[in-house]
Design a protein around this ligand. Structure first.
Ligand SMILES: Nc1ncnc2c1ncn2[C@@H]1O[C@H](COP(=O)(O)OP(=O)(O)OP(=O)(O)O)[C@@H](O)[C@H]1O
Ligand SMILES: [Mg+2]
Length: 301
């Protein structure tokens, strides 16, 4: 059920998914305000922003977890209203959350087919077709250049990066058109993160639209085609890679003025520390003098 290969960066036709002027309120909390964003086939769209910026809330709208409070959502140009994550899955939108829904003690292939197990036999004789699951899992992983020694080994024995890769391969195999990855590289070391970034590029190469969420610009910049920057629920806009440098992305993410303000605060704190330090030194000297006077008096007495 693999996707036809599409050249990377293809942007003809309507986007695979799109939100227009979406807002999301939780009571009085404004989690998102007036956000528009889209992803095309063969494109990696990076969703960047600091903690609490609203990234997870936005992808939960794409994933059918939250309905938007305002605004519309379109799949391949048609307006949709998802009632549940199942609706999003049926529309070809697969989401890989950071705390992966995998069972550590179960084998790689069991996890690969979790919820969609291939069976053999009929009626009471129906059982999980282990050989087929192993074969398919190995083939699908190999297509993405992932070579796992033994697909019957427990998922718990895989590294974090390998686990992410299995989740990505699984989404691709089950026919996802859009792959949403929420902070897939956050808990990984440099090398492991590199491996996951390669799979993201491979998914794009196979014609998927990828929404890659991260707050690490150094992970986003090398694989991203476009960047949407969120700051406290609002969008700074969407930029193509040729429109924005890595440094500009970093500075927008932090919020230029906020960084400056932080600089001032830190300088003030250092100044106060110095003052406090001086005061403590004075007190210390005073104590020492008093102690010496007391001792001298004792000596004389
Ligand atoms: N279910 C909810 N109920 C109330 N407020 C929520 C809910 N979900 C998110 N929020 C609020 O919306 C804001 C954005 O949260 P969100 O989780 O989308 O941020 P994020 O960009 O994913 O941050 P992080 O990088 O820390 O994962 C936060 O202020 C959060 O407290
Ligand atoms: Mg989040």
């Amino acid at each position: 059920m693999s996707q036809p290969a599409t050249p990377s960066g293809t942007t003809s036709g309507p986007p695979l998914v799109e939100v227009r002027n979406v807002s999301k309120y939780f009571g009085s909390v404004v989690s998102l305000k007036d956000i528009s964003m889209s992803v095309h086939a063969g494109e990696v769209m990076c969703l960047l922003g600091d903690n609490g910026a609203g990234k997870s809330t936005l992808i939960k709208i794409f994933a059918g977890v939250h309905p938007p409070s305002e605004g519309t959502m379109l799949v391949e140009g048609r307006e949709v209203k998802f009632g549940s994550p199942r609706d999003a899955l049926d529309a070809g939108i697969a989401t890989v959350y950071q705390d992966l829904a995998m069972i550590p003690l179960m084998s790689v292939s069991r996890n690969f087919f979790l919820g969609s197990e291939p069976t053999k036999g009929f009626g009471p004789f129906r059982r999980f077709d282990m050989a087929r699951a192993d074969r398919t899992t190995r083939d699908e992983l190999a297509k993405m250049g992932i070579h796992i020694r033994d697909t019957s080994q427990p998922v718990g024995t895989l590294s974090g990066g390998e686990r992410q890769s299995v989740a990505i391969a699984r989404a691709v195999h089950f026919g996802a058109k859009v792959l949403i990855l929420d902070e897939p590289t956050a808990a990984l070391g440099v090398k492991e993160a590199g491996v996951v970034l390669r799979y993201i590029a491979q998914a794009r190469g196979r014609g998927l639209g990828v929404i890659f969420i991260t707050h690490n610009v150094h992970h986003a910049y090398p694989v991203g085609d476009r960047f949407t920057l969120l700051n406290r629920g609002r969008s700074y806009g969407t930029f193509r890679k040729d429109e924005v440098s890595r440094e500009e992305v970093v500075s927008m993410m932090a919020g230029g003025e906020e960084l400056e303000q932080l600089g001032h605060e830190l300088a003030e704190m250092a100044h106060q520390d110095r003052e406090a330090g001086k005061e403590m030194a004075d007190t210390g000297r005073q104590f020492a003098e008093e102690a010496r006077a007391v001792r001298d008096e004792g000596d004389r007495g």
